[in-house]
Design a protein around this ligand. Sequence first.
Ligand SMILES: C[S@@+](CC[C@H](N)C(=O)[O-])C[C@H]1O[C@@H](n2cnc3c(N)ncnc32)[C@H](O)[C@@H]1O
Length: 252
Amino acid sequence: MRQLKLIGIGTGNPDHITVQAINALKQADVVFLTDKGAQTAELLAARREICRRYADPRACRMVEIEDPQRDRGPGDYLQAVGGWHRQRAQRYEQLLQEHLSEDACGAFLIWGDPGLYDSTLRIVQEVAARQAVPFEYEVIPGISSLQALCARHRIALNQVGQPLQITTGRRLKAGMPATDTVVMLDGECAFTTLADPDLDIYWGACLGLPGEILLAGPLNELSGEIQQRRERARSQRGWIMDTYLLRRRPGP
Ligand SMILES: C[S@@+](CC[C@H](N)C(=O)[O-])C[C@H]1O[C@@H](n2cnc3c(N)ncnc32)[C@H](O)[C@@H]1O
């Protein structure tokens, strides 16, 4: 039976990879690397560096997968993502047929942790459900951007006994939740829409990568600076990924 390993690789720092991930990578006959285009070549290079360090070069072949473009227009977001997932499922099924013989082991390197805002697991489950290519799969956890964020700011993710929400920039625009909130996938600086003077922000961009940026303090004082630093880094690198924690200061 074909084996698939969905390996969380952390968010850019090759030292963040776990021993479990290294062992899984060593078993791989084929590593599938997602290529999201020239602008994000740095992210592909980080994946290649992990293979160079930890995969067995005599046994392992690398296959780059070009990711289909997603419709990012103003239409129905869930419908657009659903269509994009189906396209990717067809592509992955084809890849497994072409590159993985029946007793071989393949690996997908997944940015951060496979369970957090990543579609690979859902797509692999869709491919399995189609039953055209039989395989077994295993998920190997990785250090996510929110763990990297907290470690770099030297803060605990939650306050004692308190809940926490993880959301997207798109959802934050509807308002700040009552709890501490981690925001991911925010291409439009949704934090600038919040007027609450009691919010602190712990912000990190390109965590784990050269040129990482960290800023922390009252949101109303840092909002403009974060926007500027974000835009400057984006124009220098051609891409930017940032994550932040919003925490309400306790009253007197
Ligand atoms: C598609 S999600 C992938 C999340 C990933 N699976 C994880 O565990 O962190 C992409 C989002 O993760 C966050 N992210 C990923 N890598 C990051 C990094 N190196 N620095 C800051 N944020 C990052 C950003 O919010 C980005 O928009």
